[in-house]
Design a protein around this ligand. Structure first.
Ligand code: G1P
Length: 276
């Protein structure tokens, strides 16, 4: 059983300035819930209840969100407003939360390596809260877990994107197995259109085996001078095996305004539908 899920949340959120000047981008609300809460709910749904954040300056609101707010809760206790806190209270009861700080921004691979102190020596999930996912029958992380349980190796979620968008993602190529999973044999971080091996883009959901830490410790910085998880995973794929899984469901890239608005509309409609 994988119990731990790592959330790298130290990034600045520059695409949402000025909104993110004093507030973490992960706290931006999609309807009435911050982005990061959707991610933690997804982890908890996959039974990953030990939540580990790699955080940074200006991110304290995340810690406060996953804690009891005594005065507020006391005030609204017994009133009709209490129900608004049901979802976050349930998560706080179900999960534990731990934090470590990334003191310099050296890329996603570096952020994940920073989380080693929280994750230890067992396989773990990684959720990038910017990618807001809605699974078809089960959450995207739960889908990755099914693949992990079968193959016992690192697993990444991928989706087909237009070639004009591949430069925003890690892109994978590989051999398709009988059950539809892809055994990765190539990966490139943010290629230009002409150099992309396929249009299969990694989205912000991973299950990683802990040997990834040694690889991350030893690889040289890659694209944009940053330590890239994509490069580490390619090395792992060559040494052993890494699988890409085309998940069933939707993903909203809430790291940019268009995706954020699309995600907001989707969850707003869903809420209205549930109310009617
Ligand atoms: C990161 C990864 C990239 C992946 C993407 C998914 O990029 O480096 O491989 O495709 O997350 O959201 P970022 O969006 O942090 O630039």
């Amino acid at each position: 059983m994988i119990k731990k899920c790592l959330f790298p949340v130290a990034g600045y959120g520059t695409r949402f300035l000025p909104a993110t000047k004093a507030m973490p981008k992960e706290m931006m609300p999609v309807v009435n819930k911050p982005l990061v809460q959707y991610g933690v709910e997804e982890a908890a749904e996959a039974s990953m209840t030990k939540i580990a954040f790699v955080t940074g300056r200006n991110k304290r609101a995340i810690e406060d969100h996953f804690d009891v707010t005594y005065e507020l809760e006391d005030q609204i206790s017994g009133t009709s407003k209490e129900r608004y806190l049901t979802s976050i209270r349930a998560l706080i009861d179900q999960c534990t939360f731990s934090y470590t700080r990334q003191t310099s921004m050296k890329g996603l691979g570096h952020a994940i390596l920073t989380g080693e102190v929280l994750v230890g020596n067992s396989p773990f999930g990684v959720i990038l809260a910017d990618d807001l996912c809605v699974g078809e029958d089960k959450s995207v992380m739960a889908q990755l877990l099914d693949v992990y349980e079968k193959y016992r190796c690192s697993v990444v979620a991928v989706e087909e994107v237009p070639l004009s968008e591949v430069h925003k993602y890690g892109v994978v190529a590989g051999d398709v197995g009988d059950d539809g999973v892809i055994f990765i044999n190539d990966m490139v971080e943010k290629p230009d259109k002409g150099h992309a091996p396929t249009n299969l883009a990694i989205i912000g959901r991973y299950i990683l085996t802990p040997d990834i830490f040694d690889i991350l410790r030893n690889i040289s910085p890659g694209k944009d001078g940053e330590v890239q998880i994509t490069d580490a995973l390619l090395q792992q794929a060559r040494q052993e095996k890494v699988i890409a899984c085309k998940f069933k469901g939707k993903r909203f890239d809430c790291g940019n305004v268009d995706g954020f608005v699309a995600g907001t509309n989707y969850f707003y409609q869903k809420m209205k539908h549930a109310e009617s």
